[in-house]
Design a protein around this ligand. Sequence first.
Ligand SMILES: [Zn+2]
Ligand SMILES: [Zn+2]
Length: 341
Amino acid sequence: MKSSASCFFLISFIFLSSPLLVRAATPRSGFVVTVLGARGGILDGNLSAYMIRPAGDDRAVLCDAGTATAGLVAAERAGALDDIAVPPGSGLTRAGYVLTHTIRAYLISHAHLDHVAGLVVASPDDSAKPLYALPATLRDLSQHLFNWRIWPNFGDAGPPPALGKYHYRALTPGRMEQVPDTAMTVTAWLLNHGGIESTAFLVAANGASVLYLGDTGPDAVEGGHRLDDLWRAVAPEVTAHRLKAIIIEASYDDTRADRMLFGHMTPAWVTRALRDLARRTGGPRSLRGLTVLIGHVKYSLAAGPAPQDTIRQELARDAARDGLGDVRFVIAEQGLRLTLD
Ligand SMILES: [Zn+2]
Ligand SMILES: [Zn+2]
């Protein structure tokens, strides 16, 4: 983990060190994705959280917040926050500055604890910001988490008194919203996740975009067509070469039986889903150069190979079988910074 994080740091460092590329006057088309939390259950301190910002712009959104402060501290240690300028006299650590100033909004896919625990425990020292989600997720947060029983009500709805630090912003599937104080827009789509709603977010800026999928199961197992609806909606982003990356889960390896997926994916289901997308965009070659960042790999207490190593090998095999050899698969690791141009 360390070596891949520092390798990416090194690449990003060289990239950002070029005087021609630092803070270009015209907006650059691309994104920086920083992984604050990579695993799906059970490793507290490293749960789904992806900080996304346009290249050359320090105003970010955080897609899910299973881990927040611990992820920022780990990212800082890995050097993955070094390109964010902390004003002298801020009185804050780099992690503290990024939490309270760089992260301008939360995008929460669903209210499972491994996607919100970091947000909840960081809330007393966090800054005020909007929290975007679909209505069912906002209802879960305001009624069952920020409700003065599980945690003080830092939201602006729910059991009084509402402290109002987090401004709940309900998204409508398919309708684009500008994220205030950032250069980004967000558009949400529904996903099926083992009987509850989850969300995919398309984050766009300067003619480029990144697609983040919260937990999801395959359409064929979940019994629906929400993934296919999502592919249909984002296909124009692919054909116009705007989509830089898809962040998607592969919780289990390919030996997992479909009836035991509980609303999650495997490498084989991921590559099959990407094939479905490619069917709408002119074939597998249309995905050439696309980065697919694999997250939510379930941490294992079992001795033996790390699940992410098994999943990396299976992805290579499944992608070759499905004609997706041109897709760049990256396994998410905490502290990894990806520059997507
Ligand atoms: Zn999860
Ligand atoms: Zn979940």
